[in-house]
Write a protein that binds this ligand. Structure first.
Ligand code: HEC
Ligand code: HEC
Ligand code: HEC
Ligand code: HEC
Ligand code: HEC
Length: 369
């Protein structure tokens, strides 16, 4: 009898854990005689970190609002994909706090047939496999389309207090993977951009590189083709492209290093334009919303007291916003170099080129892939 009871309670606790993740999981794990496949791997993943900011941000409000619940709660995700019987493509109500991304977010009747994803640009990609699940959350919240909508009718170099920084949001890997097919970056008019980055026909969906169910990128997934990859830090040394994007003559350095170089140059160019053309210096801080602040002492660094919301940058011109948008797009996808190196290099190049119309940048040295 005792056995049956404890088994039953474990099953209830495990069931709750599979439903909500988070706190209920710990209770289940403590007494679990059941071997549920993948529980350990999942529990070690970021999706189970229910005490972290992506899951606790709404604790004071007491509920996760519809606009956020799609990606930050299990039940909100089910709501969005229509698993709860409500229309697919929208979240109808606020959802419970304290949830993580549990098994039943990704495994239910609706995800079994989920084959398309609509990106913030409004563009829908069809005929997808299980990676559609990932990209329903890892898709960002802004696009070329939302940017152009805001910027319509404003002069390129005229400051307006009606303009504000638009944030791609975080880890929008799906938007990076699909490039111009999703339009997650800010794409300048008259330019063409790389589409989906195939990578390799057998290594092309999220879980080819991100191991089930830890969702970390493991070296064993790379070494068969990239022989020099022996530890995670080596991902950044992988190089196939022959295009010397930063023009330093080195086409052996990791593609991640080329991207970092152009990204750094873009930060410098953004600062130069804000200081010289607008006359209000700007500074970026990756940890503080909304990321770009007035650089009060003009030293180019984020100092104590500068990276606070009341001091957010307010002297935007369209040209500066586009460049800042792309700077953040690259900053917030730490896997961009593997997800779609050509697309992000094009975004960085074009942002620099746009700013070079107003400040001094040596574009001749740089190559657009
Ligand atoms: C389309 C999916 C999606 C939507 C909608 C969404 N988020 Fe997120 N958000 C994410 C993802 C993915 C991350 C993961 C970041 C990471 O890996 O650290 C994230 C991270 C965050 C973080 C943590 C940032 C950090 O630095 O750790 C906060 C805070 C956040 N989101 C707030 C919000 C708010 C507020 C809303 C609603 C207004 C919202 N999100 C809507 C996908 C989304
Ligand atoms: C973030 C999404 C996500 C979460 C959370 C998740 N899975 Fe999965 N799972 C996947 C994907 C993607 C696959 C592989 C594609 C497929 O077969 O549908 C998969 C495959 C599986 C498989 C079949 C593959 C195999 O080799 O065993 C099982 C069983 C499974 N998951 C169980 C679980 C359990 C149990 C949990 C919770 C502890 C869980 N999953 C959490 C996305 C997820
Ligand atoms: C319901 C929304 C949702 C789904 C579906 C989802 N994710 Fe996530 N993912 C998140 C959120 C939110 C975070 C941030 C969690 C944290 O930082 O604790 C995250 C974090 C991650 C991280 C770690 C990022 C970091 O900052 O450490 C990886 C990698 C990841 N997801 C990959 C995937 C893959 C691959 C899939 C599909 C199999 C997937 N995700 C499906 C919402 C989702
Ligand atoms: C070609 C291999 C590859 C593919 C395919 C791939 N990724 Fe990644 N991803 C990476 C690498 C490499 C990193 C950087 C990992 C690191 O630094 O440990 C990364 C980073 C991430 C991160 C941020 C993790 C962190 O620690 O901050 C997320 C989230 C993510 N990828 C989600 C996805 C999603 C969703 C897909 C499918 C749409 C996907 N990835 C497809 C290789 C890949
Ligand atoms: C089956 C073989 C194969 C595996 C396994 C593989 N790759 Fe690749 N990878 C390639 C090929 C081929 C290219 C060149 C693709 C192209 O340029 O179109 C490439 C390109 C890349 C690039 C871009 C290099 C550049 O200069 O543009 C990165 C970064 C990368 N791979 C990382 C990874 C990581 C990280 C893993 C493991 C998670 C991995 N790859 C696993 C075959 C593979």
């Amino acid at each position: 009898m005792i056995c049956r009871n404890s088994l039953a309670s474990t099953m209830i606790a495990a069931g709750t854990a599979l439903l909500f993740g988070g706190f209920a999981f710990e209770a289940a794990a403590q007494s679990a005689p059941l071997e549920i496949p993948w529980v350990k791997e999942w529990a070690s993943s970021a999706h189970a970190r229910y005490t972290e900011e992506p899951f606790t941000h709404w604790d004071a409000e007491g509920a996760v609002p519809p606009a956020c619940a799609q990606c930050h709660t299990t039940t909100g995700f089910q709501d969005y994909i229509g698993e709860d019987g409500s229309p697919a493509g929208s979240v109808e109500k606020p959802h419970l706090i304290g949830q993580a991304i549990a098994c039943v977010a990704c495994h239910n009747a609706a995800t079994r047939t989920l084959a398309s994803v609509t990106f913030p640009s409004g563009i829908t990609i069809d005929n997808l496999g299980p990676e559609a699940i990932c990209m329903t959350c890892h898709q960002g919240r802004e696009s070329t389309v939302s940017m152009n909508k805001m910027l319509d009718g404003f002069d390129e170099d005229v400051v307006s207090d009606k303009l504000r920084f638009r944030n791609i949001h975080y880890r929008a890997a799906g938007a990076t993977r699909y490039g111009t097919e999703a339009k997650g970056g800010y794409e300048y008019g008259g330019k063409t951009y790389a589409g989906f980055h195939l990578h390799h026909k057998d290594r092309t969906v999220c879980t080819d590189c991100h191991t089930l169910h830890t969702f970390r990128v493991d070296v064993v997934n790379c070494a068969s083709c990239h022989g020099d990859v022996k530890k995670p830090a080596d991902f950044r040394s992988v190089r196939k492209s022959a295009v010397d994007s930063n023009g330093n003559g080195d086409v052996k350095e990791g593609i991640a290093v080329e991207i970092d170089d152009l990204h750094g140059r873009l930060n410098a160019a953004i600062q130069a334009y804000a200081g010289k053309v607008i006359g209000q210096p700007i500074v970026y801080d990756s940890h503080s919303y909304p990321y770009f602040f007035a650089d009060k002492n003009g030293n180019g660094k984020s100092d104590e007291g500068e990276a606070i919301y009341p001091n957010r940058y307010k002297s935007w011109t369209p040209r500066l916003l586009k460049a800042a948008y792309n700077y953040q797009f690259v900053a917030k996808d730490p896997g961009a170099y593997a997800h779609n190196p050509a697309y992000v290099l094009q975004l960085l190049y074009d942002s620099l080129e746009s700013l070079s119309g107003k400040i001094d940048i040596d574009m001749a040295a740089l190559k657009r892939p």
